[in-house]
Write a protein that binds this ligand. Structure first.
Ligand code: ZN
Length: 653
């Protein structure tokens, strides 16, 4: 363990930071939990890059196991087809989230399979993986054996509540028990090995209660990595998955591995800490590999106070939220609303509140007011920059606090520190009152100083928020007319007071204020429409009076000719005869009739509809039809025809 500490310090001096999300299981649809982990890791990666560290950010997908084999069979596709199709939703989500990951690993890739088999073979060779028989209660959906003391009533799974199956199978076992004392000793010396403290305590008490050797192979399924030399077995999906952190480096013998290990920072959800903080380190100890520097477990999200579940239908789709409110607002909210490590509650209402108060009001106004004043008072040119101001004096302390909180994964605290500063800057405007200074001939130098100070403080603020909201940081620098890119600027390279003569671009709204009243109304309407849709109820129009109905003039007409409109896939150009006059009407019924089926047919025509030009043809009226629509498109359609004999032009009422 002494060598471990020395090596770790040696590596630390090289300033490297290897950060990982868990690899996401592809039998799942991406939800807010996945987005949360990815965004948090992205913030870390961006921050450490801006601190001048060499950073590697890894994410990916876990693609083996029983559930995938079962789902694929149910879909009538091969497991490979399923994972090829679904893994994309996760890699797409990375792009949507603007994640700056350097790699995306899939466990079905050859580079991964090779390393898993290599590590498995090493452990077999040294006697740390051995063959035995496993008997136990097994939950098929959760792919896990459940120990007797953890079972629910009547032998049910404590996680999913389904009945367990008593299974006996030949299995390979990892000699986990042998290395437990060493792991306990390690964690006693390295409190940051498991974070936050509550999880550390949980893991320590679990380790001290004793850990059994762990089954690491299965014979009950095919969809996995074969055990080297014993193809009847596939490697247990969790063992397979954990190795991704090394396989993405090319294996144990590579320069990449030597470069990044053990400056490793695993970020995981609290539900999978036993695999990450017990199984994984025990495997690493057995391999003679140093342990990750930090493993941080974050909490879970509830939605409007309730647990997320498919049956409740309240699973938050991050893509939908981003489309509605914007990516940076979403990223900001996730990390500002809840202390990383605690559970949190997601609600759109809380998101809207944060957007209005923190983003539109505090940050947006500061930028807007400052740019307006530079525009109005100084012809849009940043005046001479005095070095230092009360807004710059606080920055060293602020940055120290920022760094400390970031090192401790206290993202909400980091953002609070930044917003305190934004608040300070807004107050500075109120205190210095530039609109008063501008009128006093003796205060012009002072006004220059105030405006430059504000400008520089905003330029610096953009840097501080860049790990969280990279697009916004860029927008701010663009509006400031500041050269360079805040996203790739190092914190240490920022020089206060280099802005004289900069010409800001036109001030634009960073975050629009959301009108809460209108928003609430729209949400209620959305909810109602969704409920109707769920119940398959048709959309109804509001009630009208008999007079309003009477204003629609409808008459019996006969179709006398029908032509195609070359530019249109849907429309026919029809001539209709009303008896007293003839009309041209365009009608979107091409998909349902041939011209022959229409000519000579009697229909009902709305005659007082305002004429319109459709695909270059003047249409003067509308033919009535009944249709079944799906997503706004008619799937089935029939014309309304008068029965029996009645003169053309007869009024319908
Ligand atoms: Zn289960």
């Amino acid at each position: 363990m002494t060598t471990f500490t020395l090596m770790k310090e040696g590596n630390m001096m090289e300033k490297r930071f290897y950060v990982t999300t868990p690899i996401y299981y592809v039998n799942d649809k991406p939800h807010i939990g996945h987005a949360y982990t990815t965004v948090a890791c992205d913030v870390l990666a961006r921050y450490w890059r801006m601190k001048g560290y060499d950073v590697k950010f890894l994410t990916g997908t876990d693609e083996h196991g029983q559930k995938i084999q079962t789902s694929a069979a149910a879909n009538g596709e091969t497991p490979q087809q399923l994972v090829d199709r679904v893994h994309k939703t996760f890699s797409d989500l990375c792009d949507i989230l603007n994640a700056s990951n350097d790699d995306f690993i899939r466990t079905t890739e050859e580079r991964h399979i090779r390393v898993v088999q290599d590590i498995f073979s090493r452990l077999m060779k040294q006697g740390d993986i051995y063959k035995g028989t496993y008997t136990g209660y097994y939950c098929v959906p959760c792919e896990t054996y459940v120990p007797e003391n953890a079972m629910g009533e009547n032998h049910t799974c404590p996680d999913c509540g389904r009945p367990l199956t008593l299974m006996e199978e030949e299995s390979y076992f990892f000699r986990a028990s042998k290395y437990v004392p060493e792991l306990i000793e390690h964690y006693e010396e390295h409190m940051r090995g498991v974070m936050p403290k509550s999880r550390y305590n949980e893991i320590m008490s679990f380790l001290k209660s004793g850990v059994h050797d762990q089954s690491v192979s299965r014979t009950s399924l095919k969809w996995g990595i074969p055990v080297p030399g014993d193809e009847k077995h596939v490697i247990y999906v969790w063992f397979d998955a954990l190795v991704n952190y090394i396989s993405a480096l090319g294996g144990l013998e590579t320069d990449e591995f030597k470069k990044w290990w053990p400056n490793v920072h695993h970020v995981v959800g609290k539900d999978i800490i036993r695999f990450h903080c017990v199984t994984w380190p025990l495997v690493l100890i057995a391999l003679g590999v140093d342990l990750p520097e930090e493993i941080f477990a974050h909490g879970w999200w509830t939605v409007d106070g309730e647990k997320m579940s498919k049956t409740k239908g309240n699973v938050v789709d991050p893509v939908k939220i981003i489309n509605e409110y914007g990516l940076d607002a979403f990223r900001y909210f996730l990390l500002r609303e809840v202390s990383f490590g605690n559970d949190g509650d997601f609600s759109e209402r809380a998101l809207v509140n944060r957007m209005n108060s923190d983003l539109a009001n505090d940050l947006g106004n500061l930028l807007h007011r400052t740019l307006q004043m530079i525009e109005t008072y100084r012809h849009g040119i940043v005046p001479i920059c005095e070095c230092g101001s009360e807004l710059s004096d606080v920055l060293p302390t602020l940055m120290a606090m920022y760094d400390e909180s970031m090192s401790d994964y206290r993202f909400d605290e980091v953002l609070r520190i930044v917003w305190d500063y934004v608040g300070r800057c807004n107050k500075y405007i109120d205190e210095t009152m530039p609109w008063v200074l501008v009128k006093d001939i003796n205060q012009q130098a002072n006004l220059d100083y105030v405006l430059s100070s504000l400008y520089e403080s905003i330029r610096y603020t953009a840097l501080l928020i860049a790990p969280f909201m990279p697009d916004t940081a860029r927008k701010i620098w663009y509006q400031l007319g500041a050269p360079g890119d805040p996203v790739t600027t190092k914190f240490d390279d920022f020089k206060w007071g280099t802005c004289e003569g900069n010409r800001p671009n036109k001030a634009e709204i960073l975050f629009p204020r959301i009108d809460v009243k209108a928003w609430k109304k729209a949400k209620e309407a959305q909810k109602l429409a969704a409920e109707k849709k769920a119940k398959n109820e048709p959309d109804h129009e509001p009630e009208i009076t008999i007079e309003a109905f009477g204003a629609v003039e409808m008459r019996v007409a006969e179709i006398t000719s029908c032509e195609e409109i070359p530019r249109s896939k849907k429309l026919y150009k029809l001539e209709v005869n009303l008896g007293y006059e003839k009309r041209t009407v365009c009608s979107g019924i091409k998909a349902f009739f041939t011209p022959d089926e229409l000519i000579g047919k009697r229909v009902i025509l709305v005659t007082n509809l305002k004429p319109a030009k459709l695909c270059g043809v003047d249409s003067n009226g509308m033919i009535l039809a009944a249709s079944v629509k799906k997503d706004g498109i008619s799937e089935q359609l029939t014309l309304i025809k008068p029965e029996g004999d009645i003169p053309l032009g007869s009024r319908v009422s």
